[in-house]
Write a protein that binds this ligand. Structure first.
Ligand code: 4NP
Length: 156
């Protein structure tokens, strides 16, 4: 039984690569790796093929997580069938996903920070401090997400 989880932001170079790396680290820590398929993608295609933003690579490395091998890609139509949990990092990207997903896939879409519902702010045009805040928010959200999924059967 495998949970398949896709993290989605706009560019797939700042927030969702961090979410992928942090969530994978939490899954590994708990010895649950064989139960999870994890990836990230962007609603936009501008950065496809690129490594994560150096500021995301740096903040992750400071916390012992290596995300430098990731490469950005755009969300595809197949993703809506492949991933049973698709998590948008903010409401804007959630709306984009809702527009693109067929009605059958809408129930797979969620805001990543659900309780309380809030956006992980886009740090791209801000200073490096924004990445520390993004890391903190994602770390908290990732723990809650894993707690929720580890107790739930995957969608069939
Ligand atoms: P991300 O951040 O969605 O967290 O990867 C962004 C990256 C690039 C751009 C915007 C946000 N951009 O406009 O190129």
């Amino acid at each position: 039984m495998t949970h398949s989880v896709l993290f989605v932001c706009l560019g797939n170079i700042c927030r969702s690569p961090l979410a992928e790396g942090i969530f994978r680290a939490h899954v590994l820590e708990r010895g649950l790796a064989e139960h999870f398929r994890i990836d990230s993608a962007g609603t936009g295609s501008w950065h496809a093929g690129n490594p994560p933003d150096p500021r995301s690579v740096e903040v992750a490395a400071r916390h012992g997580i290596d995300i430098s091998g990731q490469r950005a890609r755009q969300v595809t139509a197949e993703d809506f069938g492949t991933y049973d949990t698709i998590l948008a990092m903010d409401r804007s990207n959630l709306t984009t996903l809702e527009d693109r997903a067929g009605s059958r896939a809408r129930n797979r879409l969620r805001l990543f920070l659900a309780d309380p519902a809030m956006d992980v702010p886009d740090p791209y045009y801000g200073g490096p401090g924004g990445f520390d805040e993004v890391f903190r928010l994602i770390q908290e959200g990732s723990e809650k997400l894993l707690d929720a999924l580890a107790h739930r059967k995957p969608a069939s």
